[in-house]
Design a protein around this ligand. Structure first.
Ligand SMILES: [Zn+2]
Ligand SMILES: [Zn+2]
Length: 554
């Protein structure tokens, strides 16, 4: 009985609070599948944190139901949590993705000693069966090759995941979005559509990836010296266009930066990037080639401090230096949160005096996500009964919901959710269900842990207001304060003698008062010092440095 009445439960565990950590669980009776397992890179409010993962406790709790993990494409916001998840789950569950996706995933899993993961290659048009789920894959165009959407059929109804997409009519690799499949799904009946909202606030159509070719070619052809092109290492279509432009004007291509070297190798091995071996040279070989015959493909388009571009801009790269005669093209838009780092690299490059091109000067970058007209076209083709915008911040989800309304989907059939909220589908009817527990997990260096708010708060304090150590010596006989020494790091007032003298008095008073109290103990004394000093510094400087009090009896 229970078997036929169990609803299909759809739970986005991430991806609805920003661009990142995409992961959606589909559950029906005793079966579950996951679509994507991504991470998010931390922002300035999370100092010292390396990565942010979706909290997938819910998946672990239902571990025995999990039949498959489907990965739509190779970007880290869809694949990055996979090694952590598989470390927790073991490698029993098969992982499905395109050849390109699995090529990238495989490299990552090896770093985590997860070589025995079950990677199952699928292609557009293929169908797989995973418990109660029948999943059909279809091609989409995006800023990485081998991007697939997934159409999931169940006995309660169907769900269509677009994955990340734009509708590119002239894709670099010639692989068009599967319009035929989308229309076929529309005819068959799409009960619920989950569609990419990244550019839902952008009017019009996103230009084709090919449209960056003329500007790239023009700059590379006319540059006096070497041309350095920084872009996402996974953006194989962009790399292809840079390579084509270089080769067409007789320049050799040098590849530098760890992920750029890895990804170009994977993409060439798998047939996604075509450039002949003669046209690729090692960085040290570039020394022997005239400057106007060289193009350097490098990492660093996001201003990453350890990237090849950052090191070259700072004069710290092993083999390559940038001179005033050279040209640098930053062929990407900074991901929100990275603007400052990118600006700082542009400044370093400007000091060198080379020519710098970024998106503000000429068309050298286009988005991999569809704009409003493409999102509308998707809805028009799929004709979903219910709609749930995903992959975006609240503002993007809202804007996408508005577009759906314009296309005639009534408001009560549109669900703008937050992570952990669920949808239930019974016999093609969708309603909101009970939310599941859901949050984020921080990866700090090598340790994965729950967000420890204390550690984060301490780091924020340290980075904003600095640290104060306050060492007081107290006579063991009469408990009177002998000496107080206040030192600080990263605080603004260490030169202010008057303030320090007053602070000194505040500490003496705090200790004296604490020693006069009954039940006097070392902890209470230290806490009193911390509290009084903190309040005093706040009143005088409007900062709250971290205070480490040390009280010694002598
Ligand atoms: Zn993507
Ligand atoms: Zn994405």
């Amino acid at each position: 009985m229970a078997k036929t009445t169990a609803p299909l439960k759809i739970t986005p565990l991430g991806g609805l609070d920003g661009i990142g950590k995409n992961m959606t669980a589909l559950e029906l009776g005793g079966d579950m599948i996951l679509v994507d397992a991504g991470l998010m890179f931390p922002d300035d409010a999370q100092p010292g944190i390396d990565l942010v993962l979706p909290d997938y406790t819910y998946v672990l709790e239902n571990e025995e139901k999990l039949r498959a993990i489907v990965i739509t494409h190779g970007h880290e916001d869809h694949t990055g949590a996979l090694p952590y998840l598989l470390m927790d789950l073991g490698t029993r569950v098969p992982v499905y993705g395109s050849r390109m996706t699995l090529g990238l995933v495989e490299g990552k899993l090896e770093e985590f000693n997860l070589e025995d993961a079950k990677l199952c290659e699928v292609a557009s048009g293929q169908r797989i069966r995973a418990g109660a789920f029948d999943v059909e894959f279809f091609s989409m165009t995006h800023s990485i090759p081998g991007t697939l959407g997934a159409f999931v059929r169940t006995r309660q109804g169907t769900v269509l995941f677009t994955g990340d997409y734009k509708l590119d009519q002239t894709p670099v690799d010639g692989v068009l979005p599967s319009y035929a499949a989308l229309n076929r799904f529309g005819e068959e009946g799409v009960d619920l559509l989950l569609s990419d909202s990244t550019n839902a606030t952008e009017p019009g159509f996103t230009p084709s990836e090919r449209s960056v070719s003329p500007a790239l070619r023009h700059i590379i052809k006319n540059a006096e010296g070497r041309v350095f092109v920084a872009c996402f290492a996974s953006h194989i279509h962009r790399l292809q266009q840079v390579c084509d432009a270089a080769v067409s004007v007789g320049r050799k291509v040098v590849v530098t930066g760890r992920s750029m070297i890895t990804n170009t190798k994977i993409a060439r091995d798998l047939g996604y990037l075509s450039i002949s071996q003669d046209d690729i040279v090692d960085a040290y070989e570039a020394e022997d080639i005239p400057d106007d015959k060289v193009v350097v493909l490098c990492t660093g388009s996001q201003g990453e401090p350890l990237s090849a571009l950052a090191r070259m801009a700072a004069g710290g790269h092993k083999t390559l230096t940038i001179t005033p005669k050279d040209t640098v093209i930053i062929s990407a838009t900074p991901v929100p949160g990275n603007e400052k780092s990118v600006q700082s690299i542009v400044n370093s490059l400007s000091k060198i005096g080379c020519a710098v091109y970024d998106r503000s000067q000429t068309l050298i970058h286009v988005s991999g996500h569809g704009s409003q007209e493409e999102l509308k076209l998707m809805i028009a083709m799929c004709k979903p009964r219910y709609f749930c915008p995903v992959h975006g911040e609240a503002v993007h989800l809202r804007a996408h919901a508005e577009l759906a309304k314009e296309l005639g989907i009534s408001e009560e059939r549109i669900f703008v959710l937050t992570n952990g909220e669920t949808l239930l589908m019974r016999d093609h009817v969708v309603e909101v269900g009970e939310p599941v527990e859901c949050g984020v997990v921080y990866v700090d260096g090598l340790s994965v842990g729950d967000a420890d708010p204390l550690v984060l708060r301490d780091r924020q304090k340290l980075s904003h207001d600095g640290i104060i150590t306050c060492v007081a010596t107290v006579a063991s006989g009469d408990h009177k304060v002998r000496e107080v020494d206040i030192t600080g790091r990263g605080v603004s007032f260490m030169d202010d003698e008057l303030l320090l003298e007053e602070a000194n008095d505040v500490v003496r008073e705090a200790i004296n008062r604490a020693s006069n109290q009954k039940g006097r103990n070392a902890d209470a004394t230290r806490n009193a010092v911390r509290k009084q000093l903190s309040n005093f510094l706040w009143s005088q400087t409007r900062t709250r440095p971290m205070i480490i009090p040390v009280v010694m009896e002598v």
